[in-house]
Write a protein that binds this ligand. Sequence first.
Ligand code: AR6
Length: 215
Amino acid sequence: DAYLRGERERPHAAGGVVDVRALPPYRADDPGIVLWQGDITRLRADAIVNAANDAMLGCFRPNHHCIDNAIHTFAGIQLRAECAAVMDRLGRTARTGEPIVTGGWNLPADHVIHVTGPIVDGPLTDAHRKALADCYRNCLAAADARGLRSVAFCSISTGVFGFPIDQAAPIAVATVRAFLRERRPDHPHMTVVFDVFSDHDRSIYEQALHRPVRA
Ligand code: AR6
């Protein structure tokens, strides 16, 4: 039971559960934004964001180290069933940037926001950049509409989907900052976590977060 509530250390996630409300902002003049390094399935947040594919049923490749597999594995079969029911109702595949919100099931997070990022299989274009920004904006809007106050993003599209992370991180940061700036008068307490996996990705996000915060 304690395992299912995510309150004990799990072998895949050494270090145990991390409550995002206890994490400090990355910079004092950017109070809604946190940078955190580690496995997203450890995070207790109102929502974590899954970099999914348009079928929205998880990743079926065994031992494939994508975030979709990690989230579905540790959320449990219940998540797969909920996704299947949602997609049945939708009656089509999900569009790029179209968020699907489910429960978090056996994860410490309350919800999962599944979104399909753009696939970059040639030169990076403005259409890719816009599609990536839409992912962040649409996920935050979906969270906001449900009254969710903490959202942890992975670096959407920067793994299997091939979006260069040094190009993606500034888009993620600028889009989230703009969203929080616009929403701040109504929702002063929304917290957004950028969850990075590797040391390399962390340094890329640090560079993006060191860019000036526009007032
Ligand atoms: N926690 C945090 N970040 C992670 C984790 C984790 N457990 N695992 C990976 N990352 P990717 P995409 C980071 O490939 O590029 C799937 O098969 C990873 O280092 O998971 O959007 C889907 O079904 C990278 O920075 O997602 C789709 O078919 C980021 O998460 C496709 O991959 C995203 O990498 C989606 O590709």
